[in-house]
Design a protein around this ligand. Structure first.
Ligand code: F6R
Length: 600
């Protein structure tokens, strides 16, 4: 979702800001803007659409060494030039960019700003108008900024320019991610380290309800009561090449292809010197102390959680519930006596999951976050973290993070099981190795998946995915991938469930993608395929070696029965990719979606 950047130093800020915004594009946005300031003149450029559209209106002749920028994913007010950030105060003295949602903006507007004509429909404009109001009342900028922050309810990552001070960016954070990057003779701010890796890899983390005074030589972090906070910087372990597409046309294709490597990295990172899988003993103790585990996640991560439940219950014999984060918050189930919460989140920033984390921490429960982003909000605020080691995932549609989540959940289940004296009759390291090899074989079959996409999805308006047991969960993920990037209406169903209603939608030629990787239900899922074929469906059976029949469209290599989701999802990811490509969709940046969903 929205992202912000800021730069102050000796160089021209325009290009640094624009490049930074390009690196934030993956988060999802519908408009963008920058404001740069020189000799107490602020130049604001903003545009609906892509960064390329913004670039085309930026005046190249303007040179300024302080500036802020923003990508906006509309929440309050339509995507438009007037709602795009930066926003300015009535006199034009103050200019602000904001990521987050101000929940009490309407109350603040009615209480303080009834006389101020507003230029946009955004919650953000309220912030900048309040600052000006308080300055007009006699406060200096820092005091007015602080006072405004104390009034705001909701989430924000903010960067503010004051036309009367060329030397400072005023910054603040609550709930939305924000980092300050340190340089030699310059400093930067960014929602994500990736945006500023172009100039530095040294960053300081900010905590909620902190404000920062950033000049080119100094960064002063303060609490809202004015107390100064000191915090050591960290080095972002990101390679700039990790965030480039290289020769790939889309990040999604690159990230699908990276999956064998990610599985191997996970094995490496979770192995001890003797080659056994290992996990921080505190986490294993927390698993063993729990009488029930509650997995909380959204979207693709929720789908990974459904598979994680199978692993933890089957291997470690601990009961597990999996909940959609946005539902759990207000509809909390009856909790067991000793719950442990596991948050699964690629980004570690999903607001729906964070809201649950905040709630259960208040109740005194322990939480483990499984995430791809060290230092992310969910990681910091949970008691424990397990990392995915998937490398930055930039395409909005999650692929490698999903398989990484499943692999880490399998490892967690296995290590927990062994710690409980439960005998596991297979060697997970060996089996994951087989998975990585099988993934590689599948990545070499792109032409075949492109052909399937052409054959089944070129003109269809809908598509169903069916499977039983663990295949059903993979079907849910296959459907989500297809709909989010190709806009084909797609749904996943348990094989036996279609006939209870949805089969009414099957028409001549309706594609039904059926997964058949589970010996126990192989015959029943094939029976379900017959039911839909009898009603005109165009079936595409993806089975696993050893279970295949002549009617199957594609056969994936054999892997351990529990690990089939890691394999069977890959054809579905490719099929979604090619279906979107054939339809001329923007694969990496599907409409309306954001990578890091930082609003509830
Ligand atoms: C779909 C997708 C989303 C995310 C969901 C949760 O491809 O990426 O459904 O899985 O928004 O995001 P994280 O995992 O960052 O919490």
């Amino acid at each position: 979702m929205c992202g912000i950047v800021g730069y102050i130093g000796n160089n021209d800020s325009k290009e640094i800001l624009l490049k930074g915004l390009e690196k934030l594009e993956y988060r999802g946005y519908d408009s963008a803007g920058i404001a740069v300031m020189n000799e107490n003149v602020v130049h604001v450029f903003k545009e609906k659409g892509r960064i390329a559209d913004l670039r085309s209106i930026v005046d190249e002749t303007v040179s300024a060494n302080i500036g802020i920028g923003h990508t906006r994913w509309a929440t309050h007010g339509a995507p438009s030039k007037s709602n795009a950030h930066p926003h300015q105060s009535a006199s034009g003295r103050f200019t602000i960019v904001h990521n987050g949602v101000i929940e009490n903006y309407d109350i603040l507007k009615r209480e303080y700003l009834m006389d101020v004509p507003l230029k946009s429909d955004t919650d953000t404009e309220i912030i900048v108008q309040l600052i000006e109001l308080f300055v007009n009342d006699g406060l200096n900028t820092e005091e007015a900024f602080r006072k405004t922050l104390t009034l705001l309810e909701g989430s924000y990552a903010l960067a503010l320019l004051d036309k009367q001070n060329n030397e400072t960016i005023y910054v603040a954070k609550n709930k939305s991610p924000l980092l300050v990057g340190l340089g030699d003779g310059f400093n930067v701010v960014a929602s994500d380290a990736m945006a500023m890796l172009q100039v530095t890899n040294r960053f300081v983390e900010l905590m909620d309800k902190e404000m920062v005074i950033v000049t080119k030589n100094k960064v002063t972090i303060q609490k809202l009561n004015g107390d100064v906070v000191t915090r050591d910087p960290f080095i972002a372990e990101l390679d700039a090449s990790d965030i480039e597409k290289g020769t790939y046309p889309y990040y999604m294709l690159k990230e699908i292809d990276e999956q064998p490597l990610v599985i191997r990295k996970i094995i490496q990172n979770y192995q001890d010197k003797q080659g056994s899988l290992t996990i921080d003993q505190n986490i294993i103790d927390a698993m063993n102390d729990a009488d029930r585990i509650y997995i909380i996640a959204a979207g693709t991560s929720y789908h990974a959680g459904l598979i994680g439940k199978q692993y933890i219950e089957k291997l470690a014999k601990i009961p597990v519930e999996v909940h959609i984060a946005s539902e759990f918050g207000y509809n909390m189930p009856m909790l067991s006596d000793k719950p442990l919460f596991i948050f699964i989140s690629q980004s570690g920033e999903t607001a729906d999951s964070r809201a649950v984390l905040v709630e259960i921490k208040k109740m005194g429960y322990k939480a483990l976050t499984i995430t791809n982003v060290p230092g992310s909000t969910l990681s910091r605020e949970a008691d424990y973290t397990l990392l995915l080691y998937a490398g930055p995932e930039i395409a909005v549609a999650s692929t490698k993070a999903y398989t990484a989540q499943i692999a880490v959940l399998a490892i967690l289940a296995e290590v927990t099981a062994k710690s409980r004296g439960i005998k596991i009759d297979f060697d997970l390291v060996h089996e994951l190795g087989i998975v990585a090899n099988a993934m590689e074989i599948l990545c070499d079959e792109k032409d075949e998946f492109e052909e399937i996409a052409r054959e089944y999805l070129a003109t269809t308006r809908n598509c169903f995915f069916i499977g039983r047991g663990i295949d059903f969960y993979v079907g849910l993920e296959g459907a989500l991938k297809l709909k989010e990037i190709s806009y084909i209406q797609a749904e996943g169903f348990a094989g036996g469930e279609l006939k209870h209603g949805t089969i009414a939608l099957i028409e001549n030629g309706t594609p039904v993608i059926a997964l058949a990787t589970q010996g126990k239900v192989n015959l029943s899922i094939r029976g379900n395929v017959k039911e839909v074929v009898a009603r005109g469906a165009n079936p595409c059976i993806i089975s696993m070696k050893g279970l295949e029949t002549e009617e199957d469209r594609f056969v994936v290599p054999e892997v351990h029965e529990l690990l089939t989701p890691l394999i069977s999802v890959i054809p579905l990811q490719f099929i979604a990719y090619y279906a979107a490509l054939h339809r001329g969709c923007d694969v990496d940046k599907p409409r309306n979606l954001a990578k890091s969903v930082t609003v509830e």
